[in-house]
Design a protein around this ligand. Sequence first.
Ligand SMILES: [Zn+2]
Length: 788
Amino acid sequence: MATQVEDKFMAMNVEAATRFRTFQPTAMTITKESSCRIFCRRFFICILLVAVVALSSIVYAVYSYASNLSDVCHTKECLRSAAAFKQNMNLQADPCEDFYSYVCGNWADDHPRPARHGAYSWYDERQTKIYRNIRIQLEANVTRSDPKPVAQAKSMYKACLSEANRERYGFTAVQSYLKEFGLPLTPTLLNRTKTSARKYKFDWISSVAKIQRKLGLNVIVGFNIEQDHQDKNRNRLTLEYHYRPDELRFPAYEWSKLKAKAHGRRPVAVRSSSQDTDESDNESAEEEEEKDGEDDEDEIDTTELAESFARVIEAINPSIDTSGMDEKMNVLAERFAEFHRSLPKPLNSEDESEPEYYTVKQLQNATDHHIKPKKSYPVWQRYLDVLFANQPDAKPSDDEQLQMTPENVEFLGKLIDVVSDQPPALIELYVWGTVASFLVDHEFNDATLEEECAQVVHKLMGLAVSYAIADKSFLERTKPRVEQMLTDIRDEFDQMVLETDWMDAYTKYASLEKSKAMKSLIGFPEWILDDQKLEEHYAGLEISPTRHLENWVTALEFMNTGWLRSWKVKNNEVWDMDPTEVNAYNIFDRNAINIPVAIIQYPFYYLGLDALNYGALGEVLGHELTHGFDNAGRHYDKFGNEKRWWSNHTLQEYDKRAQCLEEQYSSYYVPEAKAFINGTLTLGENIADNGGLREAFRAYRAYVKRNGPEPVLPGFENFSHEQLLFISFGNQYCESISPAVAKYLVEDEHSPSKYRVLGVLSNMPEFSEAFQCPSGSKMNPKKKCRVW
Ligand SMILES: [Zn+2]
């Protein structure tokens, strides 16, 4: 356009000049009258010319100004992104030496870490914001248009907030639950000697099965529902050797809380290979798995345990004053710890082989065989009978086959061997201590009462609470765009598979099939916006406006009952994750990825430019997709069956490339943790990170090809869109860590955030090109690793 205006302007001048020149030679011969006419005409033409020239210049200037303006994005989202990047970046840092410091150098300054967070990142900040919104929704008065479950969630919140009511009704509720579980109000050992305790009778199997039935809490024995490892169309029951310190709710719980803070809500974290539908605890499966492997650090501190016993006993029995009972409390704590120590050490899941099928009878025989020469100790049939007593329809038949690994069966034998030797009053103490503290301390954390209550309601009625943050406009506007982004990313992944020179044709084909079949659950289940369906989902749940503890247990039981009943039904559309969680999942055994609405927010999305969106949420989508092809995900085929579908040669080539990443990440020393990253532990996440960003980067290029270039970001006029994409990628990992939790940084499956950024970008030639990093600089090493 500019050239056109200019050309027109020139043409007018030429035309005017010619006319004028043509005029002049004839002027000498004209009459007076005609000379005036000619003069006037010339004067008029001059004025006209000047006006035309002036007007053209103005139009040209305005046009150029306007066209420059439209090249800069001035939307609210762009301005926010630009301002935040500027605020967080440390421009003194060299992007080619340490890109993390360059992007996140000033983040901690602008985002002070609240004391109760050991690690604080964008993920935590956004999660806090979601909880705040939930709280606002719960605080609002019930309206006529609220579906029943939403009104119930509000009642539950109000009941939780009333400390007077909690005190008034709380202890009687715990008392009635203990009775229901066949437990006394104080541990029998409190008033008995060792000898008299031996004569005491306690039906621990019935007690722990009832606890599992009502609260979904594993005590001594673990119970779970899993997908059949050979047939994804059905589920199997499994009995596990079970011990998880976080469920003790005693000092070990405190310890695990600290640890959970170090790892909790780690960015784009969780890979789940099992159908972990036990939602009674919000902690992610990876954290639990991790704690399973611990044995020394969760050693019980008996001093603290004694104090906990005193507190719990008083809470349940207001008439008892434990102030003069230190000695007795110490004995209880010692005995509890003694029992705990006697249990066999947890099984390392890596040592377990393929699951097999066992009828309950076979399992019982294996257990009895293990505890020989003691006489038979019937436990499993009884446990299942009590567990399913209230759901005859869901009760497993006598020849039902449980799914268990042989190692697990062996461990259950050891467990029963140990437990069957203990005095009943000691077993009772252990069960009592676990469940009583679970009930008394269920809401114990360091949040304010409002936060705590919002979290409790959120945990128990997640979908009713999600109703408040789920809106139709997301479904109409945002979801299709995110789906398009995922399509772009999937296309690039497919393209990358086709481009590889190390995969044979068959494995390539199977990979493309898997990527094509991968389901995506984006945002929230749409049916929650349908009042009737939401009401059906919560049908039968009764909530009291005053009785908090009862509400809590009722909702737990409600969820647990649904879970127990559902084991015979196969449902592929199950949301493993609350829509309100700022995270994302790949569910291997369903070949599905889950992207909750909570992560589809700033600074992962709505960043103003798609270069920024692809660098953040795009990378999250790519990360989750790539998990399906990481060192663990690749074991599952397109149906989610654990199956071998890779040729030997391709597998060798894959391992070679994975080995490179392992070595790369193992070479990173984390000074705060005083340790190197474990490249083996973090391999799956690193493969996903590296593949994810490459896919997002390529997908963005394809996007630009389709839609044309985007405007620039204000204040970043000199930055290319590629550079902006990388900045947005780095930005989502900004965080600050307290020294207290730093040592746990290298225990997680994810590399510490800083190294997630450095590791991925130093493997990408596209990054070095964008930032002109000299070869051999830290961010552009000669040796680069790449799986996908
Ligand atoms: Zn991941």
